[in-house]
Design a protein around this ligand. Structure first.
Ligand SMILES: [Zn+2]
Length: 248
């Protein structure tokens, strides 16, 4: 099957949606996303964005694959243990959708690394990292350049996600919600996480990203909380913090 036929057929169920249509699928195909972190969230979000036909995906992680990752990092298998996450992720994603342009960056994200990427102003950044330091670096960059930031986290049976941006003069940023001093960082290693929870949140992050691309997203900034034991979703309105040094 030719690439153009495959492109049309892959997008057929999107094109059937009146909110997306042919125009939206073309926007998806023209879009660029940067996914920071190829853990449980990143594997899920990247899988859905890749299969949805995102034209250019940049994936960043500096870690290698550990056996304890396999319960939730669904792009990896036992033969991949010890190998680079981004190299294996790129290979798997390419097998599933050979048309997409996937760039793999083996690095720990900071301002200089982000600047060096010279991303265009339409890029959407998905924060699938697992530490506040990286999260603050990404947020600062998104505020400076007015990029949308789709942020997620998962621990135990609970998951969170939010969409920030892209008018930070009026809208809150990630640091309006969290401060550096909040960092008593709980991680999956110390606290545990049920494998599918990052999958739920990663899929929601991919959904929000596609909605932004197709301009059908809601403009309010919320913290969306999924509680896996009770199977409840809660939504908390995030207000702009007028003392936030990043977005004011
Ligand atoms: Zn702020």
């Amino acid at each position: 099957m030719s690439d153009s036929t495959l492109f049309m057929q892959r997008g057929a169920r999107h094109i059937s949606l009146p909110q997306i249509g042919q125009k939206g699928q073309q926007l998806i195909s023209d879009a660029t996303v940067l996914i920071v972190g190829m853990g449980g969230l990143g594997c899920a979000a990247a899988s859905y964005l890749n299969s949805s036909g995102i034209g250019r995906m940049i994936i960043a992680d500096f870690d290698s694959i550990d056996a304890s990752n396999l319960s939730r990092q669904i792009l990896f298998g036992p033969d991949d243990i010890g190998k680079s996450k981004i190299m294996i992720a790129k290979k798997r994603l390419n097998e599933i959708n050979p048309i997409n342009n996937i760039e793999a960056l083996s690095l720990k994200i900071n301002q200089q690394e982000l600047e060096a990427l010279q991303l265009n102003n339409k890029v959407i950044i998905l924060d699938c990292s697992d530490n506040f330091n990286t999260r603050f670096e990404i947020n600062k960059y998104c505020v400076r350049y007015g990029h949308y930031l789709v942020s997620g986290s998962a621990i135990r049976f609970e998951g969170h996600y939010s969409v920030f941006g892209n008018d930070y003069k009026l809208q809150p940023c990630y640091e309006c919600l969290y401060k550096a001093e909040d960092e008593s960082l709980e991680d999956c290693q110390g606290s545990g996480v049920l494998g599918p929870i990052p999958g739920v949140i990663g899929a929601m992050m991919a959904t929000e990203t596609i909605k932004i691309i197709c301009n059908i997203h809601r403009k309010n900034t919320h913290l969306n909380i999924f509680e896996g034991i009770s199977n409840e979703w809660r939504q908390i309105n995030i207000k702009k913090n007028n003392t936030c040094s990043i977005c004011n």
